[in-house]
Ligand binder design. Structure first.
Ligand SMILES: [Zn+2]
Length: 464
């Protein structure tokens, strides 16, 4: 399945400022400094395959044959599915090996997490994409790779399919679950769902559902309230006809959970050294069938525990990726990131009108850009994948700045609705057609116009 994701903040610890001295002073006068953040990332297609090998629990092993194992696996997932649908914890736990307290505890945790969710649909099936393997040590035991496919009522416009890995063994003429390796199997790089963990805590506002943990209930509620206010900012640019206006957020603090989504790149992960760190990302998960699955925003404990004013721009940027996730994957990366950066950073007057000068000043420039916009020689570099995300940190910063300033120009000169129409038309056709039909321009003329615009706004910022 294709997936889209967006690693939020790139290599910017808190307290570091991305404005360079010349503009930073001006920005300080304007706003009191603030933006430490930069947000990169992506929205492209990273392959995760959940595909083929044929469905089988075969291969030789001691104990009952492959067919018995297949039947046993199917029986187990059928019973677990029915148990969740009917809110029957005892039935769910009845698949556990008799007398195994640890397996029962593990399954109870999963059941409790799932039962916390407002499920519109739910099914556990044997995963046709992964093979069952024999497990050393236990008589006849083998892995049972399963897929959990579900959709949240009122939140998800598509289902999502997530893998689990159980271990089953023959017992008393049938098959039972003897282990759940979903969160412990070291070979897995899959993203872990919150309901696999203990003490799941849900909180919701009108447009935001946050799945966190009970130990951080107050922070989780605060995050939900913050995000709720941001949905209004994002809807202003991206009205609900293109998305359902809802955001499902994972905000778990478990290190195992965080590393399953970020590796060591989460902000605040001490194992990350001085490499790029991220505070939030957006992922379109596999649906288990045709088309993209549900979209999730995943925030790090860093953001949950230490909210910063600059984080607001990051969160708005990420939420824009949620809003545009259904518009199509063919949009050029500079436009995907520029539109998110524009939506994230847009500053407005009291009447809601864009304040382009303040928006430009809050965002910042690299040292080279400070010089080239002063001399009038600066031009935006509008890149697609993978070039957009490649290069030194300064180079990638400049790709984002180019994308941002170009989208700011489009919104300022033609209006925010034109920015949205360029995006939608790019998804439908291509960049050239979108620029021609919506803006009546070409890439060459756009680049020249944006270069002149950047110098004008920069000088207005410096001298006002
Ligand atoms: Zn982004």
């Amino acid at each position: 399945m294709a997936e889209t994701e967006d690693p939020g903040l790139r290599g910017r610890g808190d307290g570091r400022h991305r404005l360079l001295p010349a503009l930073a002073l001006v920005a300080a006068l304007l706003t009191g400094l603030g933006v430490a953040v930069r947000l990169p990332a992506v929205a492209g297609l990273l392959g995760t395959s959940l595909q083929p090998p044929p469905p089988t629990l075969s291969q030789s092993s001691a104990g009952p044959g492959p067919q018995a194992a297949d039947d046993g696996g199917r029986s187990i997932v059928t019973r677990m599915t029915r148990a969740v649908r009917t809110h029957d914890e005892a039935a769910f736990l009845s698949v556990a090996a008799p007398g195994s307290a640890s397996v029962r505890d593990r399954l109870r945790r999963v059941y409790t997490g799932l039962d916390t969710l407002p499920l519109a649909s739910f099914a556990l099936t044997v995963d046709p994409g992964r093979r069952s393997e024999t497990v050393a040590g236990a008589q006849g035991a083998r892995t049972l790779p399963v897929l959990v496919t579900y959709r949240l009522q009122g939140w998800d416009d598509a289902p999502l399919a997530v893998p689990m890995l159980l271990v089953v063994a023959p017992a008393h003429g049938g098959w039972v679950v003897v282990d759940d390796r979903t969160t412990t199997d070291s070979g897995t790089d899959q993203r872990l769902e919150p309901w696999l963990f203990a003490d799941v805590y849900l909180t919701r506002t009108a447009h935001v559902l946050v799945v966190g943990d009970r130990d951080h209930a107050a922070q989780t509620r605060r995050l939900a309230r913050t995000l709720e206010t941001l949905t209004a900012d994002v809807r202003r640019v991206w009205p609900e006809r293109t998305w359902n206006g809802k955001v499902v957020v994972y905000a778990m603090t478990s290190t195992t959970f965080v590393r399953s989504w970020y590796g060591r790149s989460a902000a605040g992960d001490s194992g990350n050294g001085d490499r790029a760190a991220f505070v939030a990302k957006v992922v379109t998960l596999p649906s288990g069938g045709a088309g993209g699955g549900a979209v999730r925003m995943v925030v790090t404990p860093y953001l949950l525990e230490r909210p910063k004013s600059g984080s607001i721009d990051v969160l708005r940027h990420e939420m824009t990726h949620v809003a545009t996730a259904r518009l199509g994957s063919g949009v050029p990366t500079w436009l995907v990131e520029g539109a998110a950066e524009y939506t994230g950073f847009a500053r407005r007057a009291g009447d809601g009108a864009l304040d382009a000068t303040t928006t430009f000043g809050r965002h910042g420039l690299t040292a080279a850009e400070v010089t080239s916009t002063a001399s009038g020689s600066w031009r935006p570099t509008l890149l697609g994948r993978p070039q957009f995300y490649n290069g030194s940190e300064a180079a990638v910063d400049e790709h984002y700045n180019s994308a941002f300033i170009t989208c700011l120009y489009i919104a300022d000169r033609y209006g925010e609705s034109a920015l949205r129409r360029v995006y939608e038309e790019s998804a439908r056709t291509n960049e050239t057609t979108a620029l021609s039909q919506v803006l009546h321009t070409t890439r060459g003329r756009l680049v020249t116009a944006v270069g002149a615009y950047a110098s004008t706004v920069r000088n207005r910022l410096v001298f006002r």
